[in-house]
Ligand binder design. Sequence first.
Ligand code: ZN
Length: 199
Amino acid sequence: MAYFNGPIQVLIEQLSQLPGIGAKSAQRLAFYIIAQPEEKATRLAESILSARQNVRYCTECCTLTDGDMCPVCADQKRDHGTIMVVETPRDLAAYEKTGKYKGVYHVLHGAISPMLGVGPNDIRLKELMKRLASEEIREVIVATNSSLEGETTAMYISKLIKPSGIRTTRIASGVPVGGDLENIDEVTLLRALDGRTVL
Ligand code: ZN
């Protein structure tokens, strides 16, 4: 890495801080970017800036969006009485890709993890409870990952919701233990949804 200095070294360092990008990949990407026509590199830099500056959290479901409300929440044809609770916007995208789920979502942006010091107040649970209190919700489908953190979060949510009497279900364990929703194929996702059980 010390063979390079100045701006190229800075670029390599920045890229290598991205998740899943090691030192070698960072070098490869940096040289690729340098070899591109200047306007292409500018477009890349601008798209990063624009995304960072303009993306916000949906006022309803807390997913990332560029308006006040995400396209799912803004869609009146969706069933707004059914909320699927997921950990990340990527999990939301995985279920959206199946095209079969007609309800809306709630994105927690994480899961409860005593080991990592992530408590209920560190994820978007308050926002979920506020929705449940102010909207007519028939069912909450807890679709957190089947990791220890995901299960802990699911149990916590079910206890939280129980007094309200709202039907709370958990997706079936067609999703492998420790599996992230985003890496699971559509058939398994839909089977997990169909086989959900009451918490
Ligand atoms: Zn939304």
